[in-house]
Design a protein around this ligand. Structure first.
Ligand SMILES: Nc1ncnc2c1ncn2[C@@H]1O[C@H](COP(=O)(O)OP(=O)(O)OP(=O)(O)O)[C@@H](O)[C@H]1O
Ligand SMILES: [Mg+2]
Length: 260
């Protein structure tokens, strides 16, 4: 079955040196794919490629990334603007840092939506309040009016998730969205992402070092080592019967989060 997002034999290079090799996988509607691998294995690079965020030295040097009948690396900047944020959203590792320090959360929400469509501030605010509530981000009015430095790390993280979700993307790419959070808040973010998937059918790629997060969330798992796919399959299969030592070592961390 063709995927919603279809990586076909993707190679990615920086300054002519390939760092991701021959990666093929499919993400289906509503699917959560866990992307794991040691530091430097190419996880961020792999998802940034879909967003056209490889910078001036990076490019997809082989293969295709299909989305809605289009090969993303072939698209112009203006075509990408219609896709990034609006159809494919991204949550970065440190959402607090990727928020602007000099604008309130509310202003940033209005601005990011206004980049893609006509927005009415009151309607947008109402939608944000509803989503804050769904994300269990309490005291939405205060969050809306706050600058990032006035909120906790966990609140900023969730504000970042809310901003990405308000665009109602069909795909959400989450690069270590829980890495900076304590375990209790991590669990909450994981639950929120799961409920967003259940409610909106959002497909999610989650990059994480935390195998507990993967075992709690993922439907499928892709394991990267030095830019190569070591394993790819149903989460249950990869977790229960890892095929090689590298995966076993990655999985040896005791899961801290479990499926409810
Ligand atoms: N802009 C860049 N220019 C040159 N090399 C880069 C660039 N970005 C990433 N790389 C290289 O690509 C490889 C993969 O990096 P990447 O950031 O994708 O790893 P990662 O799996 O996300 O690691 P981590 O878990 O530490 O975030 C690394 O060797 C890195 O040095
Ligand atoms: Mg990374």
């Amino acid at each position: 079955m063709a995927g919603l997002l279809d990586y076909q034999h993707v190679e990615i290079s920086f300054n002519g040196n390939a760092v991701v090799h021959d990666v093929t996988f499919q993400l289906h509607p509503g699917e959560i794919l866990g992307l794991v691998g040691e530091s430097g294995s190419g996880k961020s690079t792999l998802i940034k490629a879909a967003m056209g965020l490889l910078g001036s030295s990076g490019m997809v040097t082989r293969g295709d990334i299909w989305f809605e009948g289009k090969n993303l690396p072939d698209l112009s900047d203006s075509e990408m603007r219609h896709i990034c944020g609006e159809k494919i959203g991204m949550i970065f590792q440190d959402c607090g840092a990727s928020l602007s320090p000099i604008r309130t959360i509310g202003e940033q929400i209005v601005e990011s939506l206004a980049a893609h469509r006509k927005v009415d501030v009151q309607t947008t605010k109402a939608a944000a309040m509803e989503l804050f509530d769904k994300l269990k981000l309490k005291d939405g009015e205060r969050v809306w009016n706050s600058y990032p430095f006035e909120l906790s790390g966990g609140m900023n993280q969730r504000a970042g998730i809310a901003i990405a979700m308000l665009m109602n993307p069909v795909i959400l790419l989450a690069d270590e969205p829980t890495s900076a959070l304590d375990v209790a808040v991590q669990r909450q973010v994981v639950e929120e992402m799961l409920s967003v998937r259940d409610e909106f059918g959002t497909a999610i790629i989650i990059v994480t070092h935390d195998i507990g997060v993967v075992s709690a969330m993922a439907d499928s798992i892709l394991v990267l080592q030095d830019g190569n796919v070591m394993e790819y399959g149903r989460a249950k299969d990869v977790l229960e019967t890892p095929r090689n030592d590298y995966t076993r070592k990655l999985l040896s961390a005791v899961p801290r989060l479990r499926r409810g």
